[in-house]
Design a protein around this ligand. Structure first.
Ligand SMILES: *Cc1c(COP(=O)(O)O)cnc(C)c1O
Length: 383
């Protein structure tokens, strides 16, 4: 395999002590009782990092499977589901709801701002007949961060279960599942956790379990059915063969996070993100967002005459670095700096910004100063 360096909002760099785990011989995850106990231990460690005592499951798949499993397990034909939409992943939840027979009601907001909590409150006063609601913690294509601490408790006030996609939020931004009363919180290993791609993460509250257990119709999936894990410890068997290496790699990645200290990790993300946002603007480029910037990723508008795709291609060809643009309607508009997890270290961000500066200069953009230097100055001024 030819290895091309990349710097993107996931998959992120994986630290050497995590990568090395994948080369080790593993137990047989189907028969070995010790493996089942170990799986459970890693699930609990994941829960600790997410701030929850709810059951946590690790599914063989990647982040998207967590979203689908939440919708597949909760949705019954005809269920009304509130889909809060201020970004591409937020809007995308409606597809999973519909796929499993639900009726999504999409409440859309300005994509340049975080979800306005008061507007949601006003809406719920008029209509709150929903089984559950979905929204995204950090909607990566536009780098928006929604206020989970307000939104989730508000929905619970109205008796609505919450499904939150924190795939690109957790670890880089506080998620505090229990404090924020999130019923199903979704994660993936390849973003700020910085473990290899291959596991989806879900935490499931007692309310969510009740809703799943009280279904009148069977769940129309096997792989996306959260019930297949029920009683796995007592039974001494998991519903399918687990990628044991990925479980252990996640374990070590979580140790790295806990060793650094979760608050220190949040602070590292915040300092890097603040300096990136400041330097980008001083340099003469604009952020996509007006409010609600996530500390895990920054979306930058690339002027029309250059184009994000052309810049991406130029940087790839000239500097051998793959950097991310955005998705769908923003593919040629936004360039993204994915400063999350192992990518959120000053020397890595500095070299990426220097390459972007060179790329922009080559294509005729006249930045005010050197982007890398502006970043360093902004970082130093704050710390
Ligand atoms: C990355 C990501 C996912 C998982 O999607 P993949 O593109 O398949 O990795 C889900 N939700 C959000 C918000 C993400 O950033």
């Amino acid at each position: 395999m030819r290895f091309k360096p990349s710097y993107a909002p996931g998959p992120t760099d994986v630290r050497e002590n995590v990568r090395l785990v994948l080369a080790k011989k593993t137990n047989n995850p189907d028969f070995d009782k010790e493996f089942i106990d170990y799986y459970h231990e890693v699930c609990q460690k994941m829960g600790q990092v997410m701030g929850t005592t709810n059951e946590v499951l690790l599914l063989a798949g990647e982040g998207i499977l967590a979203l689908e499993a939440a919708c597949a397990s909760l949705t019954e034909p005809g269920d009304r589901v509130l889909v809060l939409d201020n970004g591409i992943y937020g809007e995308g939840f409606q597809d999973f709801v519909r796929m499993y027979g639900g009726e999504p009601v999409v409440l859309s907001f300005d994509y340049h701002k975080d979800i306005p909590v008061e507007e949601v409150r006003d809406y719920l006063e008029k209509d709150h007949d929903f089984k559950y609601a979905t929204f995204v913690h950090c909607d990566t294509p536009t780098s928006i961060l929604n206020d989970v601490s307000q939104l989730s408790p508000l929905l619970k006030e109205y008796g609505i279960l919450t499904v939150v996609d924190s795939v690109a939020g957790m670890v880089g931004e506080p998620i505090d599942v229990d404090q924020n009363q999130i019923d199903i919180c979704c994660g993936g290993t390849q973003k700020a956790i910085s473990a290899p791609t291959g596991l989806a993460i879900v935490s499931i509250s007692e309310d969510a379990k009740k809703a799943i257990n009280n279904r009148k119709t069977p769940i129309a999936s096997y792989y996306a059915n959260l019930q297949i894990f029920k009683g796995y410890i007592e039974k001494g068997t998991l519903p399918y063969t687990m990628p044991a290496g990925n479980i252990e790699a996640l374990d070590i990645a979580l140790d790295n996070i806990l060793k650094e200290g979760q608050l220190a990790v949040y602070e590292r993300h915040m300092k890097i993100a603040n300096a990136v946002r400041k330097s980008i603007q001083e340099y003469g480029l604009s952020l996509f967002l007006e409010s609600g910037c996530s500390n895990t990723v920054t979306a930058i508008i690339i002027p029309d005459e250059i184009g994000a795709l052309r810049l991406q291609q130029h940087i790839q060809e000239t500097y051998n670095l793959y950097i991310a643009t955005s998705l769908a309607q923003y593919e040629d508009v936004i360039l993204r700096i994915g400063h999350m997890g192992e990518n959120a270290f000053i020397e890595k961000v500095l070299s990426v910004l220097t390459v972007i500066d060179n790329g922009l200069r080559d294509l005729g953009f006249k930045g005010k100063g050197h982007l890398g230097q502006l970043f360093l100055d902004a970082y130093k001024a704050e710390n």
